[in-house]
Design a protein around this ligand. Structure first.
Ligand code: HAM
Length: 421
């Protein structure tokens, strides 16, 4: 029995107060993105498995260990999306969106699924806000993306000194060849201590050695070669102009030459949003090869995603989250049958006028109705019985300061006495 009253491991129930926080972050993100010209896109919750193998990369932890993959009834392999970038790139190609004005700017809020070991801030179902730009191969495009994220962090009132914007450049595929050689050379000296997966990574994709989660392999990261030492002149100049773009907008950042990101599609700029304590709450970068790799036209692209649950728990650490949502404005209690129908009708009218109004729909006594009004936190209450109906007026009580005032029983007069929240 317990299994049906227990949620699956690594998932969250978002209760009403949590939903208010999610909404606040999602709305702030979508509104900020809109200012920068991003339009919303929604893609399916599952995609062909091959999409993620080709984009995120066959040797990444996500593809090797974390995907929720299943066969449908016709034997097609499908996967719940572990991230939002590949599905949006697929949708852009499939729907011919690159024929629109370029650069094309798209954003999304989506649930993602990764079979990871659950811990604080790491779930098997989580949600991301993401922003992606197609058709701009410039350092300023990357700087603008980070400016968007920084603008959002300010809108959410995140203090600058509580997190860092860490940036790096992982070069182009040519720089990568030299870097791969250096990593192979370094890690071959520690072969005996590496996990089974890393033995394969040395051959197939040495950069993935740097984000292996096993503690034995992690110990070698600190002294491993860093990619910035292997980037070509053109990539170095791109990185310098990107940083100049951030400086021009007064966006604070730190260069962290160890950021390589855990997905294979990145080229040049990469970055992460790192809180002083707690899990990295966002990251992204340029991915110039992805669209072509998926069968689309060669198109430069760049983007980032933020983990909404991680942003919320970060905001919680300094009490910046919206505490509650819709506080009920008014509870209209009814005494007697005719009053019950009257309250039913007036409450409906008040709702049409944007008031959050309630009345009894379960046949409770007036005393029980008032207890309920108290429990839901109604700001005002009104009790209507036969006398009030006859007089056409009733006493409106402010439930917080206990003031009361006589009001005529019509929506206009009631609304006139309700102070805005
Ligand atoms: P990512 O770094 O894998 O990048 O994920 C982005 C964010 O999603 C993370 O920084 C984190 O906040 C959140 N996240 C990831 N895994 C979990 C988890 N298991 N539980 C809770 N939150 C999690 C991407 O997904 C790329 N698609 C970002 C991107 C967009 N790059 C270019 N465009």
């Amino acid at each position: 029995m317990a299994i049906i009253t227990t949620r699956p491991r690594g998932t969250l129930d978002k209760l009403p107060d949590d939903c208010v926080k999610c909404r606040a972050v999602e709305n702030a993100a979508l509104d900020t993105a809109a200012k920068y010209g991003y339009r919303e896109i929604r893609t399916p919750v599952f995609e062909h498995t091959e999409l993620f193998k080709r984009s995120v990369g066959n040797t990444t932890d996500i593809v090797q260990k974390e995907m929720y993959t299943f066969d449908d009834k016709k034997g097609r392999s499908l996967t719940l999306k572990p991230e939002g970038t590949a599905p949006v790139a697929r949708a852009v190609i499939e729907n011919g969106l690159l024929n629109d004005a370029l650069p094309l700017k798209l954003c999304y809020v989506t649930n993602c699924y990764r079979y990871e070991a659950p811990q604080s801030g790491r779930y098997r179902e989580f949600s991301q806000f993401g922003a992606e730009v197609y058709g701009a191969d410039t350092p300023l495009c990357d700087a603008e993306l980070i400016a968007l994220a920084y603008d959002l962090f300010n809108a959410l009132k995140m203090p600058d000194d509580c997190y860092k914007i860490e940036v790096n450049s992982i070069g182009c595929p040519d720089c990568r060849h030299h870097y791969h050689d250096a990593l192979r050379e370094y890690y071959s000296r520690h072969l005996d201590a590496l996990c089974h997966d890393c033995h394969e990574r040395i051959e197939r994709n040495p950069m993935r050695l740097l984000d292996c989660k096993s503690p034995e392999c992690g110990a070698f990261k600190e002294s491993a070669p860093v990619i910035l030492d292997y980037n070509c002149d053109a990539c170095n100049s791109f990185f310098a102009q990107f940083k100049a773009g951030l400086d021009a907008l007064n966006v604070p950042y730190t260069v962290n030459p160890r950021i390589v990101r855990g997905l294979d599609y990145y080229t040049n700029t990469v970055f992460e949003f790192v809180p002083k304590s707690g899990a990295v709450f966002g990251g992204g970068g340029r991915y110039n090869g992805l669209l072509e790799q998926l069968g689309g036209a060669k198109t430069p692209a760049s983007g980032f995603a933020l983990g909404i649950e991680r942003i919320i728990s970060f905001l919680d650490t300094f009490g910046n989250n919206t505490k509650c949502g819709n506080t009920p404005d008014l509870y209209v209690a009814a005494l007697g049958e005719s009053a019950a129908l009257f309250t039913f009708r007036i409450v409906h009218e008040l709702r049409k006028r944007e008031k959050n109004a309630h009345c009894d729909i379960v046949g409770r006594s007036v005393k029980a109705q008032m207890r309920y009004a108290d429990k839901i936190g109604a700001r005002y209450s009104l009790v209507v019985g036969d006398n009030e109906l006859q007089n056409g007026s009733a006493v409106l009580k402010n439930m917080i300061n206990k003031d009361s005032v006589e009001v005529a029983l019509n929506a206009d007069d009631i609304i006139a006495q309700i102070e805005p929240v």
